[in-house]
Ligand binder design. Structure first.
Ligand SMILES: C[S@@+](CC[C@H](N)C(=O)[O-])C[C@H]1O[C@@H](n2cnc3c(N)ncnc32)[C@H](O)[C@@H]1O
Length: 371
């Protein structure tokens, strides 16, 4: 424990409760009332957590480790330009992967059986880390590569007459679960779309899905739904037309409990059409360019946006869960975890990162205490 500075907040609302000495922590403390911030190399912190009984206790880990970018990052504050952390690896990629490998193994150990890990990287090493993650977590636990926007960077290519590659506009987040049978509620986001009619025939060739409707059986492709479902939807539209017209279909659908499906056939249009009701939400896919992923609120170089962490933590964990970020930098993950009523464990080896994080948590909780 000699290399670990442990800061421990008992109610996460008052900075004076942070202590800076060796104390014993248990998973019960962490789950009931306490958040934990390590000022330490994260391998030491994780080994300590494992020795204290935290194996399989963490529900969600987000990490944003150095990207192997060959850059030095600064704390950008008025009258100061101090180094926050260095991402320069003299031993090249193998040195970087030697650093990551035991840390990812420790995270696998700490993650609960229903837990998930999200690893934020970019083109420099994401493909190498995918390979070692497949080895440590197993390929069947790989869920998605999530594409997010990069931070503000000038596209310098405009000044040249020829280019050797395109500008990189995305980062990647690798999402793995601990176990392959874990399931998640569909991640919904607000998205308004009007109701519309779409062709009921599809090009996918499935002979069992070819049957007669409106006195026509297609010779190739398929109808989109089973015969029973389609027949019911045809009857629904017939009832609507005969009895309730001129009530709009939208109004009829709402009045009848928003469950009915409809299929119609218009003269002069080759195929029948099925009706898609208006939507207020859509299920997320892996392209998350609708939100920012970088922010510049603390001046800590590489700070991630709260919107990104809100999406990950809200969609893939529950209130009361234990969240960890072992490369926490300015503390974005921890701030969002507090906001969303999750417990957290944070770690960073940089004094500057720990100072920014502590200030941010204090600021956040002071805002929370205001009436
Ligand atoms: C890209 S930054 C994280 C930024 C953070 N996501 C945010 O929103 O501010 C990476 C952080 O990892 C920390 N770090 C690098 N190696 C580490 C190690 N072995 N143990 C603990 N922290 C480490 C650096 O000090 C740096 O703060």
């Amino acid at each position: 424990m000699s290399d670990v500075k442990l800061y421990w907040s008992q109610d996460n609302q008052n900075e004076s409760l942070f202590v800076n000495k060796e104390i014993t922590i248990s998973p019960d403390d962490a789950l009931k009332c306490s958040n934990i911030l390590f000022h330490s190399d994260n391998l030491i912190a994780m080994k300590y957590l494992i020795s204290m009984g935290f194996a399989r206790k963490i529900d969600l880990i987000y990490i944003d480790p150095p990207f192997y970018s060959n850059e030095i990052y600064f704390q950008r504050m008025k009258n100061s330009n101090h180094v926050a952390f260095s991402d320069i690896w003299k031993g090249k990629i193998s040195q970087y992967l030697d650093m990551m490998y035991p840390r990812l193994c420790a995270m696998q150990h700490l993650l609960s059986e229903t837990g998930s890990i999200f690893i934020h990287l970019d083109w420099h090493v994401v493909h190498y880390v995918k390979v070692i993650m497949d080895e440590i977590f197993k390929p069947e636990n790989f869920r998605n590569e999530i594409v997010v926007k990069r931070g503000r960077r000038k596209n310098l290519l405009y000044q040249f007459n020829s280019i050797d590659r395109m500008h990189n506009s995305n980062d990647s987040i690798l999402w793995y679960s601990k176990a392959p049978d874990t399931r998640y509620p569909p991640p919904l986001v607000e998205h308004v779309s009007e109701s519309k009619w779409m062709g009921f025939w599809s090009n996918v060739d499935r002979p069992t899905m070819r049957y007669e409707i409106f006195r026509y059986t297609p010779e190739r492709g398929q109808w989109k739904w089973s015969k029973a479902r389609a027949s019911k939807a045809i009857r629904n539209y017939d009832v609507y037309k005969r009895k309730l017209y001129p009530l709009s279909l939208e109004q009829y659908w709402e009045k009848t409990g928003k469950k009915k499906e409809f299929i119609r056939k218009r003269d002069g249009v080759k195929y029948p059409e099925y009706w898609i009701p208006k939507k207020t939400h859509k299920i997320l896919d892996n392209i998350w360019t609708d939100i920012e992923s970088y922010d510049y609120s603390t001046g800590y170089g590489t700070e991630k946006h709260m919107a990104l962490l809100e999406r990950i933590i809200e969609k893939f964990s529950k209130p009361g869960n234990l969240i960890a970020d072992f490369f926490c930098g300015s503390g974005t993950t921890l701030t969002v975890a507090s906001k969303l009523r999750r417990q957290w464990i944070g770690c960073d080896s940089s004094s500057m990162a720990i100072n920014v994080t502590r200030k941010r948590i204090k600021d956040y909780d002071f805002r929370m205490l205001m009436p």
